[in-house]
Design a protein around this ligand. Structure first.
Ligand code: CTP
Ligand code: ZN
Length: 154
């Protein structure tokens, strides 16, 4: 099954492969993280068969490497994604994501009255986890939102 998905999107020589993105959010991830604004070659696979998930989306960006911190910013949105660093066609690093304590400049604050909307500032949320429940607290208006409210509000 792995070999099948490998054949569906060409291997890359150097760069980053974001794998196991839930099906249907690949395009959102691409835009949210502004990966489509690069000059490098980006290849995407949507609704690829996956043994773990049924189907998945996948994004490959050549000649671009992302830090562990940057990768973790994805965790709220695609917690099961893996970020692979490819060098000379080999996977040299595979990051499983972990939830960061802060999420910056990705999601807009769902509170329409929040001052972050009128100012040239990056959004910023503190991640609050209570057992399995994840909430986000806006740095500017200090309101607390559920994970779903923030990730759907883009
Ligand atoms: N990949 C790539 N170019 C390469 C090497 C790997 O695009 N030169 C991609 C593969 O297609 C795969 C991902 O990077 O989507 C991870 O590769 P690999 O670890 O070999 O695959 P799996 O073992 O299936 O990974 P996992 O266990 O994370 O599912
Ligand atoms: Zn706010």
């Amino acid at each position: 099954m792995t070999k099948e998905t490998q054949l569906q999107v060409e291997a890359i020589k150097n760069g980053t492969v974001i794998d196991h993105i839930p099906a249907n959010i690949g395009i959102k991830v691409l835009k949210l993280f502004k990966m489509h604004t690069t000059q490098e070659r980006v290849t995407i696979g949507l609704n690829l068969p996956s043994s773990l998930q049924g189907s998945k989306d996948l994004i490959k960006i050549e000649n671009t490497f992302i830090t562990e911190d940057q990768a973790n910013q994805l965790a709220l949105y695609a917690p099961k994604a893996t970020v692979n660093q490819i060098e000379n066609y080999e996977v040299v690093k595979k990051l499983a994501l972990s939830l960061p304590s802060q999420i910056r400049a990705i999601f807009k604050c769902p509170n329409s009255n929040c001052i972050s909307h009128g100012e040239p500032v990056d959004s910023s949320f503190t991640v609050i986890t209570k057992r399995d429940d994840i909430q986000l607290k806006c740095k500017y208006c200090e309101k607390v939102f559920s994970r779903e409210v923030v990730t759907e509000h883009i």
